[in-house]
Write a protein that binds this ligand. Structure first.
Ligand code: PGA
Length: 256
């Protein structure tokens, strides 16, 4: 079971809206449903993190007033303010009331390097924004049983970054072959991956992370995912744009 009413650390539901909505659609969705989401969570130890695209952050921030709702960004620059055309600084995300930020999502990681992803995490920590570090292997790497090697390479540049920081590392395992495909890994595979990551982090003295799962989380896949006790939250893409699906997911992750 992944969420218990008496857990002290909140279970995270991370809504990654990607670029599904236009600016106006994103603002309208948040204005319509933020309060409803807050109501869904009022007696639950769940935090809901809404990650719209950059353009909508400023407009949506005032709607995120409830203490279980947070604003998140989908990425950030690896650099401080400066001559970086088209980039968004962690400093600006902090000013826009972002408490969380995705980094290394496979849809952004493919245009950058593992070292750059670590630089992004550093920038976020400077501004007290909690990074959600996404890692995952391709279908081919999975078939070649290279999952743990790939995840290790992705995490390696982050080894010492959380030292002396108050922020908990969230690591989101998102197999690329699972994103948007309606396919989720078996629980055997997930337990193996999280256990390996746990051991790796302990070996590295990496501050103890909390694990998230992402990739085709839906009303039909959540029940099996619930059985993986390592999972402390879910990262939802497509299904997070539909309030009814969020409502059902919230009801399905709760266990006494
Ligand atoms: P999905 O996306 O839920 O649509 O598979 C997940 C993600 O990319 O974070």
């Amino acid at each position: 079971m992944i969420y218990k009413k008496n857990d002290t650390t909140p279970y995270l539901i991370i809504a990654n809206w990607k670029m599904y909505f236009s600016y106006k659609e994103a603002c309208a969705w948040a204005a319509t449903y933020s309060e409803n989401i807050a109501q869904l969570l009022h007696d639950k130890n769940i935090s809901f993190i809404l990650c719209p695209s950059f353009d909508a952050l400023a407009n949506i921030a005032p709607a995120i007033t409830h203490n279980k709702l947070y604003l998140g960004a989908q990425d950030c620059s690896a650099y401080q303010l400066g001559a970086y055309t088209g980039q968004i600084a962690a400093e600006s995300l902090a000013q826009l009331a972002c408490s969380y930020c995705l980094v290394g999502h496979s849809e952004t990681r493919k245009y950058t390097t593992n070292i750059d992803v670590a630089q992004k995490v550093k920038q976020l920590l400077e501004w007290d924004i909690c990074p959600i570090i996404c890692i995952g292997e391709t279908q081919k790497e999975y078939e070649q049983s290279r999952t743990i090697d790939v995840l290790t390479q992705q995490l390696e540049p982050l080894k010492n970054i959380f030292e002396n920081r108050n922020i908990t590392p969230y690591i989101a395992y998102e197999p690329i072959w699972s994103i948007g495909t309606d396919t989720v890994p078996t629980n055997n595979h997930l337990n193996y991956v999280y256990k390996s990551l746990d051991q790796l982090c302990a070996r590295w003295n990496f501050k103890k992370p909390l694990f998230i799962y992402g990739g085709s989380v839906s009303v039909s896949t959540i029940k099996e995912l619930n059985k993986v006790s390592y999972i402390r939250g879910i990262l939802i893409g497509r299904a997070s744009t539909d309030f009814q699906k969020i409502k059902t997911l919230v009801s399905l992750i709760e266990k006494d």
